[in-house]
Design a protein around this ligand. Structure first.
Ligand SMILES: Cc1ncc(COP(=O)(O)O)c(C=O)c1O
Length: 339
């Protein structure tokens, strides 16, 4: 009996070469290739801003968040979809309201959808099943008449058109998926098409907030230099002993401006410094964290972030506990049974 696969991606040699190039580049997290992909997609949808994420599920969730959907809201959707379509509504704390499909298109029945609108309805989440677009003219007539946001689940509809216009090039928020059974794949992935730069900026905040990115850029150096300092210490000979001074291996950078940034700086330093320990015994971890906190305190690193000494002490204790748990898994008693 021959086997009919549900999906078999066609991946050509050029794609394989492209992936190999990325792997060789060493930059395998979101980098220049993702930016180039976003720019190409944006061009494809007529210049609207596009941001790529790790799945079409994620892009729908971010779409809902950008649309301000949350607890107490209802979102009208179709039950005939991949389960992610309704999961994301629950994920943001809202309630999915299911409306039956039109048997001819298998997409949400727009008449019934309009009848299901209540004062709690905040958004509509229609699905272009198998790439067949929901009637966009009627959909947006209804959305505008009731002042509702639309998150188009166009996971399966990249390349589809409505009235000669590409899906994603008009409307409100459009979510595409790049899962392997979609029209274009990145193995796993998705992208969100938005209305303006402000929404794109919001979407980026859901990746990693801008202040944290800036902070990591500024402060990663602190720990890298710590590594070289320890290497230099190890290489010290009797003649050079004492010449390797910590302060000349420190890159102070701009000071953290919030408590969160202060905690992050210390956590980042403690985590990476703990990796250099040959014997990360609990007492050793405790003195490492304390030394790091003290050297940064004396450096004035915590001057602008508002952390009090008492809070700093609590942070130290918490870091020691976390690092101890990382290096020394919980001890199991001989008679202990799992529940
Ligand atoms: C209609 C529909 N919505 C959402 C998704 C979720 O996309 P992803 O698998 O990229 O999270 C899929 C695909 O799996 C889908 O087919």
């Amino acid at each position: 009996m021959s086997y009919l696969p549900f999906t078999r991606p066609s991946i050509d040699e050029e794609t394989i070469r492209g992936v190999a190039e990325v792997l060789r580049s060493g930059w395998i997290t979101s980098g220049p290739q993702v930016k180039a992909f976003e720019a190409q997609l944006s061009q494809y949808v007529g210049g609207r801003p596009v941001r790529a994420f790790n799945s079409g599920t994620c892009t729908m969730e971010i779409g809902l968040r950008i649309a301000g959907v949350g607890p107490g809201h209802e979102v009208i959707t179709t039950p005939l979809s991949w389960v992610a379509t309704s999961n994301v509504i629950v994920q943001v704390g809202a309630r999915p309201v299911f409306v039956d499909i039109d048997p001819a298109t298998r997409n949400i029945d727009l008449k019934r959808m309009e009848a299901a609108i209540t004062p709690r309805t905040r958004a509509l989440l229609p699905v272009d099943l198998a790439g067949l677009p929901v009637d966009r003219d009627r959909l947006y007539q209804i959305a505008h008449a009731h002042r509702l946001r639309v998150i188009e689940d166009a996971a399966q509809a990249l390349g589809s058109t409505w009235g000669g216009r590409r899906i994603g090039s008009f409307g409100d928020l459009t979510s595409f998926s790049f899962h392997p059974n979609k029209n274009v794949t990145s193995i796993e992935g998705g992208c969100l098409v938005m209305n303006d730069a402000a929404e794109a900026h919001l979407a980026e905040q859901y990746r990693l907030p801008r202040p944290i990115i800036d902070f990591i850029r500024q402060h990663h150096g602190t720990t890298l230099v710590e590594y070289f300092f320890r290497r230099a210490q190890q290489n010290e000979t009797d003649e050079t002993r004492g010449e390797v001074e910590e302060h000349s291996y420190r890159y102070p950078g701009p000071k953290p401006q919030s408590k969160e940034a202060g905690v992050l700086m210390l956590a980042d330093a403690a985590e990476s410094a703990s990796r250099t320990l040959v014997d990360p015994a609990p007492a050793r971890l405790e003195s490492l964290v304390h030394d790091l906190a003290m050297s940064r305190l004396l450096d004035g690193q915590f001057d602008d972030c508002g952390l009090t000494l008492q809070e700093l002490h609590a942070v130290e204790e918490s870091l020691v506990k976390s690092l101890t748990a990382v290096y020394h898994g919980r001890v199991r008693y001989p008679e202990q049974r799992t529940a």
